[in-house]
Design a protein around this ligand. Sequence first.
Ligand SMILES: Nc1ncnc2c1ncn2[C@@H]1O[C@H](COP(=O)(O)OP(=O)(O)O)[C@@H](O)[C@H]1O
Ligand code: SF4
Ligand SMILES: [Mg+2]
Length: 363
Amino acid sequence: MSEKERLTPVHAELPEDVILSVRHVSKNFTSKGVCVRAVSDVSFDVRKGETIGIVGESGCGKTTLGRCIVRAIDASEGEVLYRTLSGEVVDFTKVDKEQMKGIRKEIQMIFQDPYSSLDPRMTVLDIIGEPIQANYPPKSLLHRLLGKDDGKEHMSKDEREALVKDIAAKVGLNTTYLMRYPHAFSGGQRQRIGIARALILKPQLIVCDEAVSALDVSIQAQIINLLRDLQKELDLTYLFISHDLSVVEHISDKVGVMYLGRMVEFGETEKLFASPKHPYTEALLSAVPVADPDVEMDRIPLTGEIPNPANPPSGCYFHERCRYCTQRCMEEAPALREVDGRMVACHLAEELSLRGFDYSQEA
Ligand SMILES: Nc1ncnc2c1ncn2[C@@H]1O[C@H](COP(=O)(O)OP(=O)(O)O)[C@@H](O)[C@H]1O
Ligand code: SF4
Ligand SMILES: [Mg+2]
């Protein structure tokens, strides 16, 4: 069966500019006999060329969601519809491993710690070129001698090196240093190596998981600017996961706020930052540092720990830490619904007047 036949189009109703549609995705883990619902009924669409930021405190399920999307792990429930570069729509929760192979190179992940994800014994040239080697190995001697076609795509060593040099230059690496090992590079440069490696197979969608969180603020800004430039040049779509709202603000068109595995607010970045509709978003925003050091921050304290996802609270998961909590909040879980042009899961979303990020205090 040809690849084209195997990728049977499904859900033809997916709007044409949507390349990823996450629908009611949940992921349960069972560890030591206890079930943890790490992601619970999350849905959103991603349009081509867009950047979606996913924020929330540590442990709220961001990484698990990202891993379900790139199908590093299987979702327990729900659908992940993806429009391939050739235009077919596939459901990641239904395609088998063999089918996934062809699609996988279109979706790449960039991780937080570029050092631990780079093999210290490989040169940077080989690290960046490895995905090519794996997907388009050079022809074997036998094939070259016999001149036979083995039905696979190949790339010679020279072709591979030329591509590596090209992408290395695009991400701002000095191409004369490509024979060096990762330890010879700074944190920011190592993240550039990770980005080059993710881009070498010309992907369509990149999931960045805390991609700049380990870097100094000035280096963070450089890498974010680089990602934005690359997005325009290479027509990339990003899912940008970070616990740090200030990072997400600068790159995202839309932001999703997660709490204990659930999406509690989702909307356009500017609107969500200027006038949040969920008390959790309000509290997170109040902790975003402003550029002026003389401005005193008026943080809304997030009292108490994040609840244990294996034993979540009744009603609204946020009620134990919410300063607006009512009796209803303790009993009834709020559904995600549209309020003022965005999606919010709070019983009081229409009534509350919440404080947004104070842009007047920004540099
Ligand atoms: N492989 C796993 N096995 C069991 N529990 C896990 C596993 N991965 C994540 N979890 C749990 O799922 C929840 C969400 O984790 P994670 O997705 O890493 O959150 P985040 O990236 O937002 O910090 C946490 O409670 C975490 O302990
Ligand atoms: S539903 Fe109630 S407890 Fe939950 S965020 Fe809204 S006001 Fe707070
Ligand atoms: Mg994480």
